[in-house]
Design a protein around this ligand. Sequence first.
Ligand code: PBG
Length: 326
Amino acid sequence: MHEPEFPVLRLRRLRRTPALRGLTRETRLSADRILCPLFVREGEGVREPIPSMPGQYRLSVDALVAEARELADLGLAGVLLFGLPGSKDPTGSGAWVEDGIVQRAARALREAGSPLLVVADLCLCEYTDHGHCGVLEGGEVANDPTLELLARAAVSLAEAGVDIVAPSAMMDGQVAAVRRGLDEAGRPEIPIIAYAAKFASAFYGPFREAADSAPASGDRRGYQMAPPNGREALREMAADLAEGADVLMVKPALPYLDVLRRARERFDAPLAAYHVSGEYAMIAAAAERGWIDRQAVALESLTSIARAGADIVITYFAKEAATWLR
Ligand code: PBG
């Protein structure tokens, strides 16, 4: 294709007025493609601020139902639930027991008739006393014994009324195990959003404070992906698709937009990107100091994630973004 040259070509022509810019806008964010992460804890009437994530809260089940009503009124697609259990143990049983904290939250949302999609993060790290995403054997995170526990948690969450499960433990074979578990339990209709390319990222710092899920010893580099590895991320995604993932996720988002773009070019499945806690906290902190404009930087970040190829954006700015986009 041949473009004319200046002075015939004047790219500023289409930038001159807001109407022209609106007409030629290539990427548009909308609330119905955004999922809002929420943290649910024990108690009643609790709305506990999270220090490392100003503007975010740990909510008791009743407060979460109230919050969900506001999110639904704003047109958001759904919530991604993380649980803070009352007690932890070596196998993370709080993740799969019938009256687990996320299970109770899901039931309460169902009973309240919430139109939001209820997505449950599927991992053990918030529920194990050692803080790792799987069970330990000889000081190592054991892959295969963890699979059965993740499948059990998925079934328990589906029974509680969750619409979608999102395995995030980065165990090999976790998507297949969860798919098989759901199918055998008679829940073949429940989709899986696979945290397929989940990097061992320093950007999760504020989340680990929020969810009280930092590993007591060691780190997650033995199971989460190495940040330098873009090709390996594509292999992870291909593996998850083959295991039955319905949606593939890249996480974190902005530092990995290249991975997202390559995934967009390679796979036809819906793609999600998670703008994580550290990405949120950096914007929040700089805006608090008056160094950047919170709304403008947040919207530019989320739009860039969509432009790179994400169909679904998961962000702690969900509620604000929905308000800004009205
Ligand atoms: C694991 C999980 C984590 C996040 C989402 N799911 C933490 C981790 O892997 O250490 C991080 C999300 C964020 O930083 O916003 N259950």
